[in-house]
Design a protein around this ligand. Structure first.
Ligand SMILES: [Zn+2]
Length: 273
């Protein structure tokens, strides 16, 4: 069994076939999906939770969990009402994580200080609700600027909680992977690790400890090779797990059982879900 630790199941790109898409995931061996609750902004933060309520309990579908959070680009909208909504969502049993939150200096959809303040406010809420966080971190080209600022924030405002989290769609180098692991984070690999030019990322994956990794799709984006550019979906996480297995020189079953155990461990989930 595989767990897709990051998919935007509320995307309008699944409007016409969401249940069939989830059935395909189940048939591909995906037993659970973490559905990311950022929507197009804070007004849509509840959509991932709603999908848990809609689909959990139906036969032959993966178990759905949800997150809620305000994406770096949307931190300009992180007002008191949005933060109160986030706090209320994180109190709900299906909403096991706060995210994806973080810093994005590549697109810079909000000024850097606004992103940083929005991140810190959400860390405080997640800490009070005892929810691990899902981090999105992207620097400017060939630069570690966002990682540098991110680690400063996490060391000051998050490390002491001991709650840890996930470095979603990890794209950093070995140094960033080690610092993440030291902070109690899991490093999650997405479809980009399968792309021809991603050898540096595969080199990082090859050195990663088995108890520190996850797999994800980031669907509907980042479809693994050879479907790059097409709509991604959780069923395709098996292909990313396969490439990860090749990097680590382990059988795919071992990657599946390790990543599933890592996910359950982070969120304190029982073995039967
Ligand atoms: Zn995402």
């Amino acid at each position: 069994m595989l767990i897709d630790s990051h998919a935007h199941l509320d995307s309008p790109r699944y409007a016409d076939d969401r249940e069939q898409m989830l059935q395909r995931a189940w048939q591909a061996g995906v037993g659970a999906v973490l559905s990311i609750g950022i929507g197009e902004g804070p007004t849509e933060m509840h959509q991932a939770r709603d999908l848990c309520r809609e689909f959990n309990g139906r036969p032959n579908l993966p178990r759905l969990y949800a997150s809620a959070g305000i994406y770096p680009h949307s931190t300009g909208e992180a007002d008191e009402a949005a933060l109160a909504k986030l706090d209320a969502l994180l109190a709900e049993p299906e909403v096991i994580a706060c995210g994806e939150i973080g810093l994005d200096y590549y697109h810079e959809g909000a000024p850097r200080d606004v992103q940083r303040q929005g991140l810190i406010r959400q860390l405080e809420i997640a800490a009070a609700r005892k929810r691990p966080i899902l981090i999105h971190c992207r620097g400017t080209n060939e630069s570690e600027d966002a990682w540098h600022d991110l680690f400063l924030v996490l060391e000051e405002h998050w490390a002491k909680t001991g709650l840890g989290g996930i470095m979603h769609c990890f794209g950093g180098g070995w140094e960033q992977a080690c610092r993440s692991l030291d902070l109690g984070f899991l490093v999650s690999f997405a479809g980009n690790v399968t792309y021809p030019k991603a050898q540096p990322l595969r080199d990082v994956a090859a050195r990663a400890p088995l108890d520190g990794i996850l797999v994800e799709t980031d669907a509907p984006w980042l479809a693994p090779a050879p479907d790059r550019g097409k709509r991604n979906e959780p069923a395709m996480v098996a292909r990313t797990a396969q490439v990860l297995a090749e990097c680590l020189g382990k059988p795919p079953e071992e990657i599946a059982s390790a990543t599933t155990a890592n996910f359950r461990g982070l969120f304190h989930l029982p073995d039967n879900v």
